[in-house]
Ligand binder design. Structure first.
Ligand SMILES: NC(=O)c1ccc[n+]([C@@H]2O[C@H](COP(=O)([O-])OP(=O)(O)OC[C@H]3O[C@@H](n4cnc5c(N)ncnc54)[C@H](OP(=O)(O)O)[C@@H]3O)[C@@H](O)[C@H]2O)c1
Length: 330
């Protein structure tokens, strides 16, 4: 274990913490110090199964624990703001799951707290720290594909459990909040975090959330994202960056594994690369946060710099999809 290893606390016994955060934490040599849950017995079982040192009853207990340096917040989307604010005010570094909030107004409130807190807040989009993203930037800067003016990006999968938080409108469910926020964030990164307008159509689930959405997001300089997201379709993470001179195709822009590909296309000429290592997707982001907490790195990709434009993008698209629904109903 690294000297000065960072002690992490996890809010809730979430699947994503087990599946993605903890493998990344082990890779980054952080300490899985404690998990807090609403039910102590279930939380103890979760802690034992996942190698977490302590199980606590109630989220307040975790936030109040002075030994915790950093908090991972994978609660349902509707609880992200409240518990990230409490953790920030307690002096913790916070990695909050996406989407950080459910509206622009809520995002502004959280970011105001983040800006005046001792340690930073990150929204858990971890692709900026992956080698593939660095390689994409290298290709763009080299001029090989010219100017990128259009991005096509999909994030879809089939959700089978109808009791899942993603189908609950009261918990911030829906395909745009869950997976559509990835294409919008990726396009924000490429297009200077400056979304201007959006149009979208949704397919609505009986529960009232968007089961799927397709749309166009317009950025400054007439650069555009064409996206689709879904909770009711086969899995897809394909992203295509269309440049004036060529294209970059990514089999998975968001959580690439070592077998995922980056292709550079010039007409029929295709150059294929495998820029990703076998590290867990969350690993490099967690390593960065820990370096910041130890005072060994300047914070990068913090929520205060990047989350508001994505909240704006989501608001624009949801508004458009809801208007479309009203018009269709008349
Ligand atoms: N970045 C990524 O790659 C990625 C991938 C998947 C999910 N996510 C995000 O991670 C978050 C959690 O997703 P998940 O699939 O891991 O969800 P999950 O397994 O349902 O976990 C959510 C946890 O929140 C707690 N909770 C508190 N109030 C709740 C309520 N009213 N209903 C249900 N659970 C409640 C529960 O823990 P206790 O009962 O123990 O307190 C539960 O285990 C979401 O924000 C999602 O968008 C991110």
């Amino acid at each position: 274990m690294k000297q000065g290893a960072i002690r992490w606390g996890i809010l809730g016994t979430a699947n994503i913490a087990r599946a993605s955060f903890l493998p990344g934490l082990r890779w980054a040599e952080g300490i899985p110090y404690a998990v807090a849950g609403r039910d102590l017995a279930r939380t103890q079982e979760y802690a034992a199964e996942n190698g977490i040192e302590r199980a606590l009853e109630g989220y307040e207990a975790l936030i109040a624990d002075e030994r915790v340096d950093a908090i991972y917040n994978p609660l349902p989307n509707s609880l992200h703001a409240e518990w990230s604010i409490k953790a920030l005010r307690a002096g913790k570094a916070v990695l909050c799951e996406k989407p950080l909030c459910l509206s622009v107004e809520e995002t502004e409130t959280v970011l105001e707290v983040a800006r005046s807190s001792p340690r930073p807040l990150w929204e858990a989009f971890v692709f900026p720290w992956r080698r593939q993203t660095e390689r994409v930037w290298e290709i763009i800067r080299s001029g090989q594909v010219g100017e990128i003016r259009e991005v096509h990006s999909a994030f879809t999968f089939k959700l089978r459990n109808r009791a899942n938080i993603r189908l609950d409108p009261g918990l911030g469910g829906g395909s745009l909040y869950d997976v559509g926020c990835y294409p919008t964030m990726y396009a924000n990164m490429l297009f200077d975090y400056d979304p201007r307008s959006g149009v979208a159509l949704a397919r609505w689930a009986p529960e009232g959330v968007d089961a799927a959405m397709e749309g166009v997001l317009d950025f400054a300089g007439e650069r555009r994202l064409l996206f689709s997201c879904a909770l009711d379709s086969a899995e897809d993470t394909f992203t295509r960056l269309l440049g004036s001179e060529g294209q970059i195709w990514l089999s998975n822009a968001f959580h690439p594994g070592e077998h995922d590909t980056l292709e550079i296309h010039h007409g029929h000429d295709v150059q294929t690369e495998h820029p990703n290592g076998d590290e867990p997707s969350f690993g490099p982001a967690i390593a960065h946060i820990q370096d910041v907490v130890r005072g060994e790195a300047e914070p990068r990709h913090v929520a205060a710099d990047e989350s508001l434009p994505n909240a704006k993008a989501i608001d624009l698209l949801l508004q458009s999809a809801r208007q479309g629904r009203q018009i269709a109903a008349v």
